[in-house]
Design a protein around this ligand. Structure first.
Ligand code: ADP
Ligand code: MG
Length: 233
């Protein structure tokens, strides 16, 4: 079986232009292969570059060196050199992303936010609505909130809308940056179920999980980051 995604010899240094162009090495010779149906958990202390690696895998951060290969049938697309329009196309139906924070879209209801990725991929209105309702119910977002814009929701409610949106489509690759960080144990458990179901259908998942119990339930293996001290050396 061939990987769904390969990161090869990734290097990245932040240059802080407003601080005398200080160099902050964040990723050193990172190598990672992700296969369908598994969840790889990025493991390392705070500041070890976990979120930076995940953002690089999403094409959000430009890496300085290395390849970020995404399987496209017989071909590979290198995110490190891809055009913006190719990255946008990948995000529409290939790579899903859930971070700790919902990017609230003004005036769009919670239901619309969850339906949006499905509608953009040609799924019918009624099918998208049914799936969105199932996800919002699974994540215990009260029905009275579904037609409201999430701007006024609590942090945990916003996060659950965000997660519902991230799991609305069956993306082949899912990137999860601390999706359960602001959730209580019961809701975190509901997210664990979504992750396990995604693996079951063959999703390749890379995640960062603050809670060890969540990590232990979802991880097939850990990818150890280098520690900041090693990076600086
Ligand atoms: N956009 C950025 N610009 C400059 N430095 C950054 C940026 N993003 C992250 N960093 C720095 O890179 C290091 C790694 O951060 P991060 O990837 O968020 O680590 P983690 O997710 O493991 O806590 C930290 O020292 C952080 O301050
Ligand atoms: Mg982080």
């Amino acid at each position: 079986m061939k990987p769904v995604m390969i990161a090869k010899n990734i290097n990245k240094t932040f240059i802080l232009h407003n601080q005398g162009a200080a160099h902050l090495p964040v990723l050193r010779q990172q190598n990672l292969e992700i296969f369908a149906g598994e969840c790889v958990v990025l493991n390392g202390s705070s500041g070890s570059g976990k979120s930076s690696l995940l953002r690089s895998l999403y094409g959000n951060y430009q890496v300085d060196e290395g390849e970020l290969l995404i399987s496209q049938g017989e071909q590979w697309l290198d995110l490190a050199t891809a055009q913006a329009r190719e990255i946008i196309a990948l995000r529409r139906n290939t790579i899903g992303w859930v971070s700790q924070f919902l990017r609230v879209i003004p005036r769009l209801s919670a239901l619309d936010i969850v339906m949006q990725p499905m509608l953009e991929n040609g799924i019918s209105d009624s099918q998208a609505k049914t799936k969105a309702e199932t996800l919002l119910s699974h994540l215990n977002v009260p029905e009275r909130l579904w037609s409201l814009a999430p701007a006024t929701f609590s942090g945990g409610e916003q996060q659950r809308v965000n997660i519902a949106r991230g799991f609305a489509l069956d993306y082949p690759i899912l990137l999860l940056d601390e999706p359960t960080a602001s959730l209580d144990k019961h809701n975190a458990q509901q997210v664990v179920e979504l992750i396990l179901a995604a693996k079951q259908r063959g999703a390749a998942i890379v995640g960062i999980f603050h809670d060890v119990w969540v990590r232990d339930l979802v991880a097939d293996r850990l990818h150890n980051m280098q520690q900041p001290a090693q990076l600086a050396g």
